[in-house]
Write a protein of this length. Structure first.
Length: 160
């Protein structure tokens, strides 16, 4: 019976060594001598500057940095990054492990995965990771607030 990684490669995925972890949901993999940036499909982790952002990055690093993983490709995002998920050496999925540990939200705008929803619900009820915070701020809301703050600051300085 083929492994999950072999099945992913057969459907157009690729395998390589993870050489960088930017945050909990973005990493760089070396494939055929070239670095490819991958944005993990279906999840959104806290940004580095927000609470639990560094924890999410550290957790993801522990799972994938320096390891050979297989990426299942879903497409490209507006920044040119590959959208995919990493099949870990033990056959697990990076997205599931990040949500299970409480370091990611299911990104419901892009994912309807019932497995991720169940993992998030379990992490919330167990108060794991970011769910230990009384009012965790979703990364998409945090990014929007940051953009609005930057725009207000720029508008203020333009009238000075």
């Amino acid at each position: 019976m083929p492994t999950r990684a072999a099945s992913v490669r057969a459907r157009g995925g690729f395998t390589g060594k993870v050489v960088g972890v930017h945050d909990g949901d973005t990493f760089t993999i070396l494939h055929e001598g070239k670095a490819k940036k991958v944005r993990v499909n279906g999840i959104d982790c806290p940004e580095i500057g927000q609470p639990f952002g560094k924890n999410a990055r550290q957790y993801a690093s522990g799972l994938i940095f320096g390891r050979v993983v297989t990426v299942s490709v879903f497409g490209r995002d507006r920044y040119g990054r590959t959208i995919g998920d990493a099949v870990l050496p033990d056959g697990g999925m990076l997205s599931s492990e990040m949500v299970r540990a409480g370091f990611a939200w299911q990104y419901r705008e892009y994912s309807k995965d019932k497995g991720l929803a169940a993992l998030e619900s379990e992490a919330r009820s167990s108060k794991r990771g970011l769910w230990a915070d009384a009012r965790p701020v979703a990364p998409w809301a945090w990014r929007k607030a940051s953009r609005e703050k930057s725009a207000a600051r720029a508008a203020f300085h333009s009238i000075l």
